[in-house]
Design a protein around this ligand. Structure first.
Ligand code: NAD
Length: 243
């Protein structure tokens, strides 16, 4: 069993789905976990459900708010060992239907939000010269997907945030990795038709869709000492799916 006793962890977008499952998995391994959500009541409720130490309000598109929150968590708990930049959005649009607003919101949340979180995490971890960061890429960012050009572009950028930050931060003892989930059954994918789900299952060698817990367990491994020599990687959590 992975042991994260004594570690302090922050998970953004932790009120549901992969973020909530990750908060739970880190708590199970003994970490003190702070999760964030955009709504105060939901963040507090999720924290209580996951056994987290706190549920705080954060919009990851606000760089200053991210910086203040991360600094605050590190100060309150005396350290920050693990940061999971999970918050993200997905909205489908065929090429001809892409509005500027969709581009702006998706890039501000998925790319900007991840970048702000990694920057703030690195600043907080630099002092102790140790830490592990995981960002949420996607199988779609690796292979592309019809109707998801904006999302796919944002997730390809997220993978390269991990690869680049890992190169910069390795000598400071900070590891940065990405997970690239396949199709995971959460609110994000609840709009998929049964036909689309069946199509994805058919393309998946392991023959099923993923669960939030599948992704959470891989994240827990990546932030643990079991992954001490792993950095700059983009780990597919996709049952072998190739789009
Ligand atoms: P979800 O929609 O269930 O959860 C996303 C979380 O991010 C929510 O808590 C939401 O409130 C939060 N969030 C969104 N915008 C935010 C913002 N501006 N500031 C703060 N929080 C914000 O989705 P999920 O399926 O759990 O996805 C989690 C992450 O995994 C996302 O980055 C997503 O792109 C990625 N991912 C999901 C899948 C999948 O199939 N579900 C596949 C690949 C990657």
């Amino acid at each position: 069993m992975t042991d994260l006793t004594g570690r302090v962890a922050l998970v953004t977008g932790g009120t549901r789905g992969i973020g909530l499952a990750t908060a739970r998995a880190l708590v199970e391994a003994g970490a003190t976990v702070v999760l964030t959500g955009r709504d105060e009541a939901r963040a507090k409720e999720a924290a209580s459900a996951a056994g987290a130490a706190a549920g705080l309000v954060l919009d990851v598109t606000d760089a200053k708010a991210v910086s203040t929150l991360v600094r605050g968590v590190a100060k309150e708990h005396g350290r920050l060992d693990v940061v999971v930049a999970n918050a993200g959005i997905m909205e489908d649009a065929l090429l001809g239907m892409i509005r500027e607003e969709l581009v702006d919101t998706t890039l501000a949340t998925n790319v900007g939000g991840t970048l702000h979180t990694v920057q703030a995490a690195a600043r907080a971890m630099m002092r102790k010269k140790t830490g592990a960061i995981v960002v949420l890429a996607s199988v779609v960012g690796q292979y592309g997907s019809a109707g998801q050009t904006v999302y796919a572009a944002s997730k390809a950028a997220v993978a390269n945030i991990a690869r680049s930050a890992a190169k910069e931060l390795g000598r400071s003892g900070i590891r940065v990795n990405a997970v690239a989930p396949g199709v995971i059954e959460t609110d994000l994918t609840s709009g998929l038709s049964d036909e689309a789900k069946a199509d994805n299952v058919a393309k998946t060698p392991l023959g099923r869709l993923g669960t939030a817990e599948d992704v959470a367990k891989a994240i827990r491994f990546l932030v643990s000492d079991d992954a001490a020599f792993i950095t700059g990687q983009v780990l597919g959590i996709d049952g072998g799916l190739v789009l």
